[in-house]
Structures are given as C-alpha cells and as structure tokens.
Design a protein around this ligand. Structure first.
Ligand code: MN
Ligand code: MN
Length: 305
C-alpha cells in the first residue's frame, strides 16, 4: 500500500513538473490537460480525476470540454491539479504558475507583484501545514498553521475549500483538512494518506459555483428510456465507478450530441454528480499548492515532492 502511494506520487510529481513547462502564453488548455492525462496512462498509472486547469479567479474544477478554445494568456494565474493512482492508491498534487510571455500587455506591474505574492502565500501555507502534520495532531491545527502563514502576506485562505483524506479508489475519503482553524478536533493517525491543499486569495476567501459542468462522479444505477443514455451510464459504471471523470471523455467516446444529452439526463436523475467550477466570490485571484502526504509518528512523508 505505502509502495503504491510512493509510486503514484513519483509519477504525479514528474508529470506535474513536466507539464508546468507548458504553462505559458498561447498554450491551449486542452493541450495541457490531454498531455497530463496521456502521460499518466503512459506511465502505467490510472487517472485519479480529470486534469484540472483553473485560471485566475477560478479556484478549481475546470477541465477542458472537447474542442475547448481556452488559451493561456501571459500573466494568468494557472492552477494545474492532477491525480495518478496505482492499484487505487492516489497521488493528488497541484501547482500554480504565473504564465510566462509578454505579461505587461495584460497586467500592470503592481498586479504582477500582487499575483506573485498570492502564489507564494499558498506555497507558504502548504509548507506550514506539512511542518505541522504528524500523528496525534488535530486537523484544525493544520488549518490554523495554513491561515497563519497566508495571513503573513495579508491575504486570505479560501475558507470553503479543504484538503482531504485518501483511501483506495477514494479521492475524498471523509476527513477534511481545513485551511483555517475550524475547530475540527479530528486527530490524525499514523499511516493515513491525506492531500493538503491551501488556496490563497486577495479576496474574502469564499468560492461559489460558476456556470458549466466539466467534471462528474458516478453515483447510482438508474433506468433510462433513451438507449444511448443507458449505454453511456453502463460505460461510466465500467470505467469510472470510483473516481471523477471528464465530460470530454464521454463526448470523445460517444460524440458531442449523444454525450451531452446523456450527461444532462444522468445529472438530472442523480445517476452522476456534476461538479461546477468554483470561482472566488469577488472575482479575486486564487492560487493553490497541493501535496499528498503519509502521516507518520514524528511528521509526514510527501509522496508528490
Ligand atoms: Mn488536487
Ligand atoms: Mn485534492
């Protein structure tokens, strides 16, 4: 089990580092997510969730739909969040990059300075969290350390986003790792795998649902009159029963029309759960940094370092 966590961690961290080189002016987001997902499969691991590329005020849960024309602009705050798994043991890791290029064309120097601090703040939050994480520590203590580190930059964490425990084939296994002291007295135990993911922003620190659904999870089997929808549900049960999947994978397999109709019908019937992209309430910029760690007696091992 530990070996599989270490192996998936190595794969995810290598692909994160390689893919981050693509984060620059002019890159199509779909090329970035398809590169990450194909590299995960090539490595012999499985995709633990669709590659998320969330830009500027979008904190999380965006992945390209088929034919996505979204293009990275110079100076954009790009969050790359990916997951690989070996035998169901997941590595979940994210990084934020300010896209290179002619930044001055899109942002003022003051904005660029602020954006660099926002990126540094989530990294400092993650560092503080990792220094705090060990067996016997309450998760709220980790949250307190994250908030304190981010507050040094006079910035806020995103209060309604958290890290999470990981279990075999289970990306969000029930325990939340807050980004502030939420008074959750749950005590971490040796051997637990958790993903720690501080988000920092110059806004108030709340995210809301934004329009569109690009990422889904299987929920339950239901009967459907439309044959293509029934067939697509079978396909999802077979291929994506445990961890989230991309709407793009469905429309690539079954065509834009049948795929989109099925995703809508399946969501409405709660056979699948649609995740909305999450956007900072005031439209302020958001950074994220994430590692997966294994809790130990005297600290933790970072699998995605
Ligand atoms: Mn993640
Ligand atoms: Mn995560």
């Amino acid at each position: 089990m530990i070996e599989s966590y270490i192996e998936s961690g190595k794969i995810a961290s290598r692909i994160r580092n390689e893919a981050s080189e693509m984060i620059k002016e002019g890159t199509l987001v779909i090329d970035l997510v398809e590169y990450v997902e194909s590299e995960i499969l090539k490595s012999g691991a499985q995709i633990a969730f669709p590659c998320n590329v969330s830009i500027n005020e979008v904190a999380a849960h965006y992945t390209s739909p088929a034919g996505d024309k979204t293009t990275i602009r110079a100076g954009d705050m790009v969050k790359l969040d990916l997951g690989a798994m070996i035998d169901g043991y997941i590595a979940d890791t994210a990084i934020t990059i300010i896209a290179g290029g002619n930044i001055d064309e899109n942002y003022t120097q003051d904005e660029i300075n602020l954006h660099e601090e926002i990126v540094e703040a989530s990294a400092a939050g993650l560092e503080a969290a990792i220094a705090t994480a060990r067996a016997g520590v309450e998760v709220s203590k980790i949250g307190a350390s994250v908030r304190e580190a981010i507050a040094e930059y006079k910035l806020n964490p995103i209060f309604n986003l958290t890290g999470h425990s990981l279990e075999q084939n289970n990306l969000h296994a029930g325990i939340s790792i807050p980004n502030y002291d939420n008074h959750d007295h749950y005590v971490l135990e040796e051997g637990q795998a958790i993903a720690i993911e501080p988000f920092a922003t110059n806004g108030e620190g709340t995210v809301n649902d934004a329009p569109g659904h690009y990422i889904f999870s299987y929920m339950a089997n239901k009967p459907f009159r439309m044959r293509s929808t029934q067939r697509i549900l079978k396909y999802i049960q077979h291929n994506n029963a445990y961890v989230p999947f991309s709407g793009r994978w469905i429309t690539d397999e079954f065509g834009e029309r049948k795929g989109s109709i099925a995703l809508k019908q399946l969501s409405e019937a709660m056979a699948i759960y649609p995740y909305a992209p999450l956007r900072e309430k005031q439209g302020c910029f958001v950074s994220q940094k994430e590692h997966t760690v294994i809790i130990e007696k005297e600290g933790c091992t970072i699998t995605t370092i």
